[in-house]
Design a protein around this ligand. Structure first.
Ligand SMILES: [Ca+2]
Length: 154
């Protein structure tokens, strides 16, 4: 899968499956989509994440560089290939700030959005999006695309 950059922790006690603890991925290609069988289709630059085999959560974290007001928005969707446009992701997505959860949503072959405008954040605070395995209690086909925008007003 040329152009798919992955960040993950390999579970060395049980082999080499990169999904044991989940992953964060990005299509690093400038023009080409990345498609995996029936599971996903990521456009160039698309970020995605996937929960782990025992519902360990993957997370995307933003550490605030300086104090001020921020708009935080995340759009999450199950992104399938042409033969399965809605994909098969069944996940739960959570937004927290400094480990305090603000909101969560379910992805069930669909899309969801979390929006928090004009939140005051201090330098060093962290905004975190996490993903779990959803209502079906398994991690199969759970690749979930994430369009996250954080805009600061100083
Ligand atoms: Ca699932």
């Amino acid at each position: 899968m040329s152009g798919l950059s992955l960040w993950y922790t390999r579970n060395t006690s049980s082999g080499t499956s990169y999904c044991n603890n989940g992953w964060i991925g990005m299509n690093s290609n400038k023009q080409a989509d990345i498609q995996k069988e029936n599971e996903f289709n990521f456009k160039p630059g698309q970020i995605a994440f996937h929960p782990g085999i025992t519902n360990s959560h993957s997370c995307i974290r933003f550490t605030v560089p300086s104090a001020g007001f921020y708009d935080v928005q995340g759009v999450f969707f199950s992104s399938g290939p042409a033969t399965n446009l809605n994909g098969d992701a069944t996940t739960d997505v959570h937004l927290s700030i400094n480990n305090v959860e603000l909101r969560s949503l379910w992805i069930n072959q669909n899309t969801g959005i979390l929006v928090f405008p004009q939140i005051y954040l201090n330098m060093g605070d962290y905004v975190q999006f996490e993903i779990g395995w959803g209502k079906n209690n398994n991690y199969n086909y759970d690749s979930t695309a994430a369009n996250i925008t954080i805009t600061g007003y100083y």
